[in-house]
Write a protein that binds this ligand. Structure first.
Ligand SMILES: C[S@@+](CC[C@H](N)C(=O)[O-])C[C@H]1O[C@@H](n2cnc3c(N)ncnc32)[C@H](O)[C@@H]1O
Length: 242
């Protein structure tokens, strides 16, 4: 059971050395420039051994061009890697915000790409458990390889290759969603969250991206009007009434 705790768990289980490797002091400013954050993330991908830029995204772009598959735009194919993924630094600030407000629990990432979030949690707040859902098999396979290569325990950082559109909403204490697909899919997922709230579960959703945030703010006042959301420049933390 989660409850607001008003203090950070960052130093309870986090490994100082790995935090230092991930986040050498810069950039901690919540208003720092997105381009700088992307450059920082690019270097960190290299250092941590993510191989996404070694052909996977290029291959996915080529497949899209060749097949013209109408499913693929919803899977963010053909986009620069650093735009597809949330920067590490922003994920770290997001975890700080969560740790200051909630007891750590289970975090589900809806449309997880390469699951950078699992690596940031492991370095900064390993008391959380995590499950990432990703529909593109090539991204999922690399996420699994990368998690295992870096020694993150699969029992705490689960990675599933699934299409969220065909699934019942997985249970979680906190959900993270960065514009994972098209408007209809995002609306359907937020509607599933509302059903879960009606069943008596409290919902915490970190929404990133214009589509996710506008869907919530236009159509889902239950996530924004009872408890005021925490708005940051590129993500918001929404909460249902408890
Ligand atoms: C914008 S990316 C965000 C990745 C990650 N959440 C992050 O913030 O770094 C959205 C991801 O959702 C995945 N996705 C799209 N539709 C999906 C679906 N129906 N089920 C599961 N994942 C999906 C895409 O393939 C893509 O990797």
């Amino acid at each position: 059971m989660r409850y607001p705790v008003g203090k950070s768990h960052l130093h309870e289980g986090g490994d100082d050395l790995s935090q230092q490797v991930f986040f050498p002091a810069w950039p901690g400013d919540p208003h720092c420039d997105l381009q700088e954050e992307k450059l920082h993330s690019e270097k960190l991908d290299e250092r941590l051994g993510l191989r996404a830029h070694h052909g996977i995204e290029t291959q996915l772009t080529c497949e899209e061009t060749q097949t013209g598959n109408s499913e693929q735009p919803q899977q963010w194919r053909g986009l620069a890697l650093q735009s597809l993924l949330t920067p590490y630094t922003e994920l770290r600030r997001m975890i700080l915000d969560l740790d200051e407000r909630f007891q750590p629990g289970h975090l589900v990432e809806l449309g997880s790409g390469y699951s950078r979030l699992a690596h940031v949690l492991h370095a900064c707040s390993p008391i959380w458990t995590y499950c990432g859902y990703e529909v593109v098999p090539e991204r999922h396979a690399e996420a699994v390889r990368w998690r295992d290569a870096r020694g993150l325990p699969a029992s705490r950082y689960e990675l599933r290759c699934e299409d969220l559109r065909g699934l019942p909403l997985p249970a979680a204490d906190v959900y993270f969603m960065y514009d994972y697909s098209d408007r209809a899919s995002i609306e359907a997922t937020v509607a599933q969250l509302q059903d879960r709230a009606r069943q008596g579960h409290s919902i915490v959703l970190v929404g990133r991206g214009g589509l996710t945030r506008s869907t919530i703010e236009k159509l889902h006042p239950w996530l924004a009007e009872v408890i005021s959301p925490l708005h940051r420049s590129r993500y918001s933390i929404y909460q249902s009434a408890t």
